[in-house]
Design a binder for this molecule. Structure first.
Ligand code: AMP
Ligand code: GLY
Length: 434
């Protein structure tokens, strides 16, 4: 089987590694904008091209006789690459444009949840102009403000965080309205977690829950990033969660997939990423994404015991109900090395040397290879993942891995440590009113 991976980051490296482990010996191909050395090493052939240049991706897929394509990032999903490849008879893990809008149109996603009575939706309103805007923001009092479209995780601002008060919230929302619709919603309090599901249109197979750390600096301080690192526990839940919380989150995602099929008539085939905030009133949806998380993919994909090619085929063929999707009962800790100064003033084009990373797994992200050397860009560079019988041991493996990455790099050393996890448990107790 010829499998094409679209995308060249850490998430796609983890996807390629999971596919390369398949007992069915697939031939792997890739389209990526820069040469990710980790993906390139696993490939028969690759094309250096923007993932959103749909015609060129399609032509390459045809010329390589691709059977199945796996789309990593959101941008090609948002412009309908799936639809184009499916028209050529290629199976795709990644939803069609009509349902991928669950990620790329946050206004649509919220209205979809509300119109279909899907649980876990906060109070919100969508604004196309500023009519009633300040009244609603004042009414809610404590808000999150979001542009409706894709912003690479950088457009959302929350009161008490990036927005000091109602006046600034109104001003920020007004500014956004010049370019996009704006979603105003209640500011939810609690710990965040990610739940991914493999989806074949009807059936969902869930990965363990993951907690990402969006802030650039230790103790969850500093600006938001794409994600600095993440962890999973040996169970499917995280230390601050209860089994019941997971059941509710799963049910919300199942309802969402069911309603997409029945109201839009398109089977959602790919990954559904639920980003939840665990409130005193249970899990609420912050947003849905139509793809794996980055870094979260690097936690869960190495744990997958079921053959990844069987999972992908079941998604494409609609037969996931017949496949048992199993993960190893291990804890994982993933830590990113990012360029110094990331995200506000990152350095770039600095050499990164990979020394002794011990037992950690290594996934390359936004780096490129030139004349046998690896160079950084202004985005996240590479991630290390520790896998062990406890979060504590996994953290130490990841930490050792980071020591082997040499360059002008920054990392968060607190992710997965006992102190930070205890802080999250205590925060959740406080939110639940214990
Ligand atoms: P997003 O770009 O949608 O992932 O949002 C970035 C961050 O904003 C999330 O990780 C949350 O921490 C925060 N956020 C988004 N929506 C809300 C909300 N309704 N309440 C509280 N925090 C939120
Ligand atoms: N780690 C957050 C995301 O992939 O959206």
């Amino acid at each position: 089987m010829n499998v094409l991976i679209i995308g060249g980051g850490g998430r796609e490296h983890a996807l390629a590694a999971a596919i390369a482990r398949s007992k069915k010996n697939p031939a792997i191909y890739a389209v990526m904008s820069k040469k990710n050395p980790g993906i390139a090493e696993l490939c028969e052939d690759f094309l250096l091209e923007k993932e959103t240049n749909v015609e060129n991706v399609r032509d390459y897929a045809e010329s390589m006789s691709i059977d199945i394509a796996v789309i990593g990032p959101e941008a090609p999903l948002a412009i309908g690459l799936t639809d184009v490849l499916e028209e050529e008879g290629i199976g795709v893990m990644g939803p069609r444009k009509k349902v991928a809008c669950i990620e790329f149109d946050k206004a649509w996603a919220r209205n979809f949840m509300k119109d279909n009575n899907i649980d876990g939706c906060p109070s919100f309103k969508v604004f196309e102009d500023d009519d009633g805007l300040d009244k609603y923001i004042k009414e809610l009092g404590n808000v999150a403000i979001k542009p409706a479209g894709l912003t690479g995780g950088k457009g959302v601002k929350v009161m008490g965080d990036q927005l000091p008060d109602v006046t600034e919230a109104i001003a920020y929302a007004r500014g956004l309205l010049e370019n996009d619709n704006v979603v105003v919603e209640e500011n939810l309090q609690g710990e965040e977690f990610t739940l991914h599901a493999f989806v074949d249109g009807r059936t969902l197979a869930f990965t363990p829950c993951v907690q990402d750390h969006k802030r650039a600096f230790e103790n969850d301080l500093g600006p938001n990033t794409g994600g600095m690192g993440s962890y999973t526990d040996t169970d499917d839940i995280l230390p601050f969660m209860k089994v019941h919380d997971l059941e509710i989150a799963k049910e919300i995602m199942q309802q969402t997939v069911n309603m997409m099929l029945s109201t839009i008539g398109v089977a959602y085939k790919g990954i559904l990423y639920g980003q939840f905030i665990l409130t005193n009133d249970g899990p609420k949806v912050i947003e849905f994404n139509a793809r794996f998380g980055d870094p979260e993919a690097m936690n869960v994909l190495p744990l997958l015991k079921t053959d990844m090619l069987d999972v992908i085929s079941a998604i494409v063929n609609g037969t996931l109900a017949k496949l048992e999707v199993v993960f190893e009962k291990k804890a994982t800790v993933c830590k990113y090395a990012v360029p110094a100064g990331y995200p506000d003033n990152p350095t770039s084009d600095k050499e990164m040397i990979v020394g002794d990373i011990g037992d950690a797994l290594l996934f390359y992200s936004s780096v490129y290879e030139k004349n046998g050397k690896i160079y950084t860009t202004s985005s996240r560079s590479a991630a290390v993942v520790g896998i062990a019988d406890s979060i504590k041991d996994a953290e130490q493996i990841a930490q050792k891995g980071l020591e082997g990455l040499i360059g002008d790099l920054h990392s968060r050393h607190d992710i997965g440590t006992h102190a930070l996890i205890q802080k999250k448990i205590d925060h959740m107790k406080q939110v639940r009113g214990y």
